[in-house]
Design a protein. Structure first.
Length: 277
């Protein structure tokens, strides 16, 4: 809730006009009351249960298609836009890209740590390019805190896979994006904020996050399922040994038991519009 006013206010003040929809996963921090009282122009859709990040976004993606939008922008509740973020992303859009992201910064103005770790090596060559450029830099991954998706991407790739309930959804979506022949890019001329620096994950949380990687790899429709099914439990073992943690070892059994669901979702993800309600 500390961010919701800034998040919604930034979208409503965007120089590129947009409609704003909030999908609320039974929040208990007063977010819904703030939206109703202070942002009457924002559409509020309330879930009866916490359906998770992916399923909530899938509702918004379906609405965007049904309403004929050319683009949909996924914006985390702990993130906000610059006034010209959307306009610069839309101006830089090319049909071969399914997902575009601005530079994702921390509230301090520095690049978000995770964004920097994942994307900086691809952006170094653009450091001298004018901020007015519509250049798009290909990246293999960028966090879904700030994603501009084209209508073509949503119609083709669909929504987020139900295999993932917390973390890994964006990795899997980008794997499927590439499987369907589309690209992911960052527009260096555009920037926005993802304010999560104050939330320090525990060591165990970091290990749990690493444990998502085997599910991501096994869910990739472009990879051999049988090969990955044999390898990925060993990756969990390696994560446990490297981090001196029992968490990955406890994940092996549930992970193997989920193979049936993962395989079925892989099959579905090869079709167009997968997982949309």
């Amino acid at each position: 809730m500390p961010w919701i006013r800034r998040c919604l206010g930034s979208a409503l003040r965007s120089s590129h006009p947009c409609d704003v929809t909030v999908i609320d996963n039974v929040s208990s921090d007063g977010t819904r009351d703030v939206v109703r009282a202070e942002f009457p122009e924002v559409e509020l859709i309330e879930s009866r249960t916490n359906i998770g990040f992916g399923a909530a976004n899938n509702i918004a993606l379906r609405l965007a298609l049904d309403r004929g939008y050319d683009f949909v922008y996924l914006l985390n509740q702990d993130a906000w836009l610059e006034k010209d973020t959307l306009g610069k992303l839309v101006a830089a859009y090319r049909p071969d890209y399914g997902v575009l992201s601005p530079l994702q910064k921390a509230a301090s103005g520095k690049l978000d740590r995770q964004f920097s770790r994942k994307c900086s090596r691809y952006l170094k060559v653009t450091s001298r390019i004018s901020a007015a450029s519509d250049l798009v830099v290909d990246v293999p991954f960028v966090m879904a805190a700030h994603w501009l998706l084209s209508r073509k991407a949503v119609e083709t790739v669909g929504g987020f896979s139900p295999v993932f309930t917390q973390y890994g959804e964006d990795d899997n979506y980008l794997d499927r994006l590439r499987y369907h022949g589309l690209r992911c890019g960052v527009v260096p001329a555009a920037s926005a904020v993802h304010d999560r620096a104050s939330r320090k994950p525990s060591r165990e949380d970091r290990v749990r996050l690493k444990c998502v990687a085997p599910t991501v790899k096994l869910s990739d429709p472009g990879k051999c399922f049988l090969l990955r099914a044999a390898i990925e439990p060993l990756e969990l073992v390696a994560i446990g040994v490297k981090n001196f943690s029992a968490v990955p070892f406890r994940r092996i059994g549930p992970f193997v038991r989920s193979y049936g669901k993962i395989r079925e979702c892989r099959r579905i993800s090869r079709g167009k519009g997968a997982f949309l309600p």
